[in-house]
Design a protein around this ligand. Sequence first.
Ligand SMILES: O=P(O)(O)OC[C@H]1O[C@H](OP(=O)(O)OP(=O)(O)O)[C@H](O)[C@@H]1O
Ligand SMILES: NC(=O)CC[C@H](N)C(=O)O
Ligand SMILES: [Mg+2]
Length: 505
Amino acid sequence: MCGIVGIVGKTPVSQYLYDGLTVLQHRGQDAAGIVTIHDNTFRLRKANGLVKDVFHTRHMLRLQGNIGIGHIRYPTAGTSSSSEAQPFYANSPFGISLAHNGNLTNADELKQWLQTEARRHVNTTSDSELLLNILGHELQQTENLALTPDDIFTAIGNVHKRVRGAYATVALIIGHGMVAFRDPNGIRPLVFGKRETEHGVEYMVASESVALDACSFEFVRDIAPGEAIFFSENGQIHSHQCAENPVYNPCIFEFVYFARPDSTIDKMSVYASRVEMGTKLGKKIASEWEDVDIDVVIPIPETSCDIALQIAHELDIPYRQGFVKNRYIGRTFIMPGQAQRKKSVRQKLNAISAEFKGKNVLLVDDSIVRGTTSEQIIEMARASGAKKVYFASAAPEVRFPNVYGIDMPSANELVAHGRELDDICSLIGADKLIYQSIDDLVTAVSLGNPEIKSFDTSVFDGNYVTNDIDQTYLERLDALRNNTSKEKSDKNADSIIDMHNEGAE
Ligand SMILES: O=P(O)(O)OC[C@H]1O[C@H](OP(=O)(O)OP(=O)(O)O)[C@H](O)[C@@H]1O
Ligand SMILES: NC(=O)CC[C@H](N)C(=O)O
Ligand SMILES: [Mg+2]
């Protein structure tokens, strides 16, 4: 998952882009970047690291201009090299810079086509650089010297025809403005907002509504699947549905884990959906575990806290914060390597023994993916003197790889892949384990917007909404991006020379 922001303002925007990226940090911890336009020139700073570490005063001073975009990265394609940090730049036509959240599923085909047919060079292994060049190619096809909004929408319609997968995107076009668009399934979220200033109206797009809140922009609406919105340099706004068959298939894992609870995605409150996940799972526990004696409900901070509190309420059992989270350690799941993820659980969470000693505890997490967290947490609970350790997951069994922007490329690395409940339970070391059902999860999320009938639930059921994923694709992805391959490619990544990073040390 990555986070994207973009602002067309009336005064310098870099500080707002920085602030917006900071509140989207939970979506990606690997790299960050901002590009602005000043005097018809791009100003770029991007590097590996957290927002607070990537941008120093000297970079912020160079990021002049009233229009800009930003990105925080959690890699799902290519390598972790700083040269694959975003935004990306292409010089033609006009000068374009693009930031992308998602993952393209026909990247190999696109790369081939770009080289042989479009004759555009792509310098990295990133799928986002491919998307930029496809957009560039399509914008190039127009006959007009300057692009009209319709030219831009036609180009994006053609991008939709060529590209498969998930892409919530924001791009700057020199001399024109900023365009934001979402793939025809609306897999990744994208919203826009505005604010009135004494100099005129300013617009902002962002992956999540929290970024608008943090920058004092008023939420206007979600960008629809397939839709593009063009914000001209002088503050005009144009929107158009560019896809032939757009349909809502938002990623349900955004609600389970990725998004911040204070965000609203496609009119559904992430917080309300998590509370409802707690209600549903609480009811399931009450009906299926009638004889199980639970003394206390304990969340695994941080994402599961809202869910666990509701389960405790539903079961009428005390809720206790039995684990303390080190606030200086980031999210474990989105760390790049398994060794780092494993080590981080203990650095991040520590048990308060008194809450475990002699008790039957129900530990609640939002999801069990690789089992890295649950296995260690259960061990910690036992070491702290718990009598019995029960475990509840607010998401169903994660059994299939994700191909739309979550770095879960290898089925074999998922603890529930090819395993049934009892096997998973004994692998993570719990006395009893319960999962939410897919139907209950979908009901819990869609309660906020009954118009959304379908979600991307591929990690639970293997149904890929883009209809282009088969076993051969998954095997290739596994070979390319499983833990061992990724370690190798990231080691080699340092040799990729960055072409465009003015702000590099
Ligand atoms: O089974 P696993 O592979 O361990 O993945 C699942 C865990 O990872 C996430 O936590 P994370 O520490 O990333 O973030 P959080 O603090 O927001 O809960 C998620 O909330 C689960 O706790
Ligand atoms: N998680 C994401 O959205 C990743 C975006 C893009 N595929 C990259 O790897 O940079
Ligand atoms: Mg967690």
